[in-house]
Design a protein around this ligand. Sequence first.
Ligand SMILES: [Zn+2]
Length: 407
Amino acid sequence: MNCRMCSSTRLYKFLDLGFTPPADQFRRKDQLREADVYYPLQVMMCEDCGLAQLSYVVSPEVLYRNDYPYESSTTQTGRQHWADFAASVVKRLSLSPGDLAVDIGSNVGVLLGAFRDNGMRVQGVDPAANIVMIARENGIDTMCEFFNEDAARQIVAEKGSASAITATNVFAHVDDLDALIESVKLLLNERGVFIFEAPYFVNLLKHNEYDTIYHEHLSYLSAKPLVPFFAKHGMEVFHIEQNDIHGGSFRVFVARKGQRSVSKDVNGVIAEEDRLGIYTRETLDRFADGVRKNKRDLTWLLQSLKHEGKRIVGVSAPAKGMTLLNYCRIDNDVLDFVTEKSKLKIGRHTPGAHIPVVPDSELLAQQPDYALLLAWNFAEEIMRNLDAFRRKGGKFIVPIPSPRIVE
Ligand SMILES: [Zn+2]
């Protein structure tokens, strides 16, 4: 296998999470008899350009066409994030009313809705038919396609070229990045800017966020490999911002070479990455040791509670929770059920472990002893919303970075 950005074969495998089913394949009852398909989940570091990436690519047709269950608007923290994102982009790039914003992997259209609130024309592109239907009901014009050259040309023909193209939690999902960037260039006007947001690899390492590793995330992005990669396409990274969503993401601004002045922080971010040693085998090996320790500690904690006869359930069922459950082998013997807000997941069973997914209200109705927070990045919001559970003596378990009980 070759590096996705620079084609090097010098790849160092530093983490092996075993075999897991795709994290978004929640099963309907009638599918429970079919065996789950397990794929290897291993991460490698390119020792030439510094891109961390999975060793195995599951076909996007398998991952995204089968009624994909992720809705980006399900939390308050999430919605506010998109509104702030749109407003800051409009301001930073001095976009004008009527300019076109295109979102790749636009999901139900929350970010585009925010661009529209800022006076822009918008166009979504997303391959999941069930999600696109919701976006259209929200009044967001959305093409049901994978974003590629054809989609780019079609948008240019219908709406003209774009001033801003956004891709949030998409860039890290794409296998053929060269093709993605060439399609972006076709659609972008001369001064136009491509902005993508992805979980930042440095945070993954720092905070032991190994559960953000799953088959949809092919790349674990840091700043250093991006510079030569975009240069190869005649483009330039001119600004990088960091924020707290999904356990720490970074937002990267890219334009055609020479169109926007490059801010000092780009080199600053890269220097900090080198100072932290994120591209060295020592750091990566130490991280992998920490992951194995997390698994031992969490399974020990849960098993001890079960020995005491405690009832434990999971709260919320994000994709990352599925990596955690499958890697730590937490199944229906440990968790009675997992609660969730999203209607697209309720009534189904988690991939692999087949734990039933029930509405949030079941937590209060059944009042188990412990609730394992699988969406730990929204821990504060979730615990606040479930204060009634805690007041009746329920306790939370936050699994990452190291397992802790919150009473
Ligand atoms: Zn590389």
